[in-house]
Ligand binder design. Sequence first.
Ligand code: GLA
Length: 732
Amino acid sequence: MQKKRVRLTLLINLFVYCCFSGIAYSQTQTIPLETKHHALVLQVSDQQDVRISYLGRRLNRVAEYKSIPDTYKQSTDYTGLLNSAYTPSGSRNLMEPAISVTHADGNQSLDLRYVSHEIQQLEDGISLLKIALKDPVYPFEVTLFYKAYFKDDVVEQWSEIKHDERGAVTLHKFASANLHLKASAYWLRQYYGDWAREMQPEEEKLTHGIKVLDSKLGTRANLFQPPVFMVSLDRPATEHEGEVLLGSLQWSGNFRTDLELDPQNNLRIISGINNYASDYSLEKGEVFTTPVFMYTFSAQGKGLASRNLHNWARDYKLLDGHGQRLTLLNNWEATYFDFNEEKLKALLKDTKKLGVDLFLLDDGWFANKYPRNGDTAGLGDWEENRSKLPNGIGTLVKEASANGVKFGIWIEPEMVNPKSELYETHPDWVIKQPKRDEYYFRNQLVLDLSNPDVQDFVFGVVDDLFTENPDLAYIKWDCNAVIYNAYSAHLDNQSHLYIEYVRGLYKVLERVRAKYPTVPMMLCSGGGGRVDYAALQYFTEYWPSDNTDPMERIFIQWENSYFYPAIASANHVTDWGKQPIKFRTDVAMMGKLGFDIVIDHLNDNDLAFCQQAVKTYNGIKGTIWHGDQYRLTHPRENSVASMLFVDKAKEKGVLFNYLVNNRYDEGSHLPIKLDGLDPERNYRISEINLYPGTSSPIAGEQVYSGDFLMKIGFNPQVRKARESVILQLEAE
Ligand code: GLA
């Protein structure tokens, strides 16, 4: 009796499904999505479940993908959903779901079956696979999107969720991606951190259960953990060897990535917006589009994976990825809040003297009723402080032009100090609990960007600056607080706040870029608290950390370099750290160079060195920004860290080397094997960026073939007396 009823229900469901979808069941089919070296293969079962049957190296014969599942003799999958391409919850599934819902009628079950799919060629080298799924019982649909970037082996994934039920459906979980990997073991490289300690790596073998990487901070979401991670298959990948997937969610708010080793010993990766405190009430007809999850897969180690990501980022994501960047002098650590027009005018002269492109005026230039003379007041009141700047920003912008340099400015428009006119006028614009004590992060609160009036205000901060100062050439956009006491006076549905905040932020950034498409902007967040590829579509660079101690920066920039290209890394020479100015400058050159020091305090040699370093940098920056990056010797595993940049034509290279171990007699005892060169060409090697009065044991006459340099290597002669060495390679 029981059995009969189940079968009947199934038949009815099948009937409802067929009528509802208007599409007949098709036979089992295999849907491969190939890039240059990688394939993601989806398979539609005879039950119309869409599964991932393979993620790995591309096969020569497309027809053979369908044979892959039969080669695995793993334990039984009772559910048929362990490798679901988008795991629903409340029906057959027993694992972590990608999506879970409460239907309009209160029922919590969801099943998603294949309806149809199509592959579109979007532009040369980019294809988009769309797979439509539908619940056989409820009018509830999900479309999965897979955008494949052929030459870079990158795939972007997201989903669209909608329904036609009689009332709102609550989405409890709504992932962007649901991947499935098969290997003998999985090694996760993840990152943790805090202010000034960003991007600390940890690598471990995944065991059964779920490892969750997430953020619940709302804004400045990466403070403790960024969304980027790597998974190596079988064994930890090295720079050159091993199968590895580098992934991240493109979302500047709460994220969550579940890595679940399932009973069959396969790895399920589910990534999306963090559903923490974020039940989403989806109205009939409304489409919920998840953010994009992206990954790249390499069978030749992390080096190739990261170079693929860099190329992809410069081609498609990072704003002005193939453009130029401005070197700069920043006044933050030189003055903090203590400056006036006269001091700034002197700094404009210093900018010129140093030879950089732009002067960047940092925090402290605004607010009058509650002047911004420290971080306790003024945030939100974006008019020039009259006692510090009686003639306004305009005078400084003009003065900069007169000195032949450009002018940029710091803002933190998403934030407010309680001691501000903005807070007094618009307490309802502030994220805070109406009945609880306020709780501050850096003495400030976050504005409610879910509110369109606040969006207008934040856009207005940028727009007014540009309208009043059309020659303004640069913006540093900061974000120093997390969200405490999440509550919006604007929203009816409080569990939408974390999501609507980020959507509001992107709306503002869209407007900024529609009106000011090219002006360079730095993405900063109390150090490196906000960097991801959704935000980088609006920014030309990011600030990896307030920690500019060059020894620390070698490590922070190193880990970031797996995911983001050097052109996006804003690196400033400051007074942090005990190393000499040459060491500090060399490290800052491995990205976009800036200075944040008192030029006036430099002795003659230090000043001459910095001036020459800017000129040297101008000669090599093209290779660093637009070339290929090779991590040769890792600072955590070696006494000498070596990083190489080679231009695309393989004609020029820049090799940075640092002593990262202070023990007796440490140094480059062995040659460093280079990479990415043309084996047939000869390269002349010379040391550059020498400190005045020093000479190099590496004469400019040393010429080696690319073959020699890659197989035997070159010794930069790094030792205590030569802690930092930059070498230039020029093909003959
Ligand atoms: C943050 C930034 C710094 C600086 C200060 C100004 O901490 O990361 O670079 O701009 O704010 O208050």
